[in-house]
Ligand binder design. Sequence first.
Ligand code: NAP
Ligand code: GDD
Length: 321
Amino acid sequence: MSARRALITGITGQDGSHLADLLLDKGYEVHGMVRRSSTEKFERIEHLRDRITLHQGDLLDQRSLVDTLRAARPDEIYNLAAMSFVAVSWIQPTLTAEFTGVGVTRLLEAMREVCPQARFYQASSSEMFGKVRQVPQNEATPFYPRSPYGVAKAYGHFITVNYRESYDLHATSGILFNHEGTRRALEFVTRKITWHAAALKLGMAKELRLGNLDAERDWGYAPDYVEAMWRMLQQDHAEDYVIATGKAHSVRDCVEIAFDHAGLELDRHVVIDDSFKRPAEVDHLIGDYSKARETLGWEPTTSFEEMIRLMVDADYKQLKA
Ligand code: NAP
Ligand code: GDD
């Protein structure tokens, strides 16, 4: 039997690279869509470059999406590409809408044209819950997004549901709460904290400048979350699922765990910098993943404390080298 074929958009990102690792382990033929850049930024997939096939494409360009699907002939499509940094979505609101929102419709249209029998995964986000209407949040909780990113993701979510219902596509939306790990970009708060904890310990940084320390998130471990994405596409019927840990921590908790692990004191090194505060904040997110547990048999494996410690250790090792 020939190997199943998967296409990952956003394969150079945190989740895309973990998902490529997982699918290769499962025997898939893995294709990735990448956009052209004058300097290649493929660090996260360097270790598997000779085992995957890359296609040039961009969520802004319909022709490239159709050609990518024709070349890859995927059984499963994972749409992970997006402008994913919430803070930048206020600086580039319409571009965020194009990438993160309308880009989903472009890819669904390309799928309808080229491979309507394929299974489709959309990377939806807990940021859609924003100013939360219910605690904890589940699949039925109404959305109240608080950023241009959250608004764009809500569009991407509903267009996925709409194409499933309109055209009978196997299209699933995974509403994932924050997930982190050693491949997280440095601008996101967990990695910013763990990198600085390591750098401060090594005398390579003097302070850590942060915005709102009171914001609370339900933070999980990225390798666990890509396993959930794959499980969703193995179901006979496409539905939407919340993926979370069911536990919330504040940004301050994150600093305390990282600094404690590195032998540092929060008060000596952390400086509050208003430029990192957002025009509208999401104060508290906590997810209810009972449906994923019952239907997908999915459970998180790594606690927040373990994850932050392993991120500090990885940053320390990398900076020391
Ligand atoms: P990430 O590390 O920022 O990766 C984003 C990926 O999208 C990168 O590969 C990027 O390519 C690609 N991309 C951006 N714009 C594109 C475009 N116009 N055309 C083609 N590719 C484009 O994000 P992540 O953390 O892995 O997240 C994966 C997805 O899950 C995103 O959609 C994100 O919004 C969503 N999500 C993430 C979380 C989380 O906590 N991580 C939670 C919920 C939902 P370049 O390398 O060229 O920039
Ligand atoms: N990035 C950042 N930098 N955030 C800070 C800082 C700082 O210096 N100081 C405080 N924060 C607070 C933010 O205000 C926010 O409340 C929280 O830390 C988390 O910020 P991020 O790590 O940037 O993540 P996010 O929650 O905005 O978005 C992430 O999770 C979403 C799912 O809920 C991203 O991965 C999104 O792509 C994802 O959809």
